[in-house]
Design a binder for this molecule. Structure first.
Ligand SMILES: [Mg+2]
Ligand SMILES: [Zn+2]
Length: 187
């Protein structure tokens, strides 16, 4: 058990089914947990990992769904995941890319917010023990820009056969979050 591990998770394509390129989960009805996610998050929580979700949700700025609908989706997610899973933070960037906010991945605003939250609890993040898990190269870029290890999962947007075209190379690749949890917990 290592209480210092900090795991940053993208949401769509990692925790729940990827809605498709340029598409969004707009309602609780469209939110579907992926297989093995509950078990993986329970293992990470039980191992003492601090878990944060960092997700781009520009569909709010595009008025495809409201902030309230997004919060309802979060509540559904937490309800479905149930006991034994603790998130230290669930952060959404609801801006458009051309708003140039500090929080839209691959920008690292929410990683810094998470580190600040942990610092308030007296936890000093060791970047060697920090992981960013995502299904898109944007997530890999975010993790690398923050100086942490990156795990690209193939349960959503990205596919292994695209590797020759990747602009950035993750430290690890994994089938899904369960596979990623194995990597995190065995390193
Ligand atoms: Mg994603
Ligand atoms: Zn933002």
């Amino acid at each position: 058990m290592n209480p210092q591990k900090i795991v940053f998770l993208d949401r769509d394509g990692v925790i729940n089914a990827y809605p498709g390129h340029y598409k969004y989960v707009t309602s609780v009805e469209e939110f579907r947990l992926l297989p093995g996610v509950q078990e993986a998050l329970r293992r990470l929580t039980a191992a003492g990992c601090a878990l944060f979700i960092i997700s781009n949700q520009a569909g709010v700025a595009k008025k495809m769904y409201s902030r309230e609908a997004l919060d309802a989706i979060t509540q559904r997610m937490l309800d479905e995941l149930g006991d034994g899973i603790t998130f230290s933070g669930v952060y959404y960037c609801t801006h458009l890319s051309d708003e140039n906010c500090a929080c839209r991945k691959p920008r690292t605003g929410y990683v810094e917010k998470a580190f600040a939250a942990l610092a308030l609890q007296g936890r000093t993040p060791d970047l060697q023990q920090c992981y960013f898990v995502g299904d898109s190269l944007i997530d890999v870029e975010t993790g690398k820009a923050s100086g942490m290890k990156t795990i690209l999962v193939f349960s959503g947007r990205e596919r292994p056969e695209n590797k020759p075209a990747w602009s950035v190379i993750p430290d690890f690749t994994a089938e899904d979050l369960s596979d990623a949890a194995d990597i995190i917990l065995h390193l």
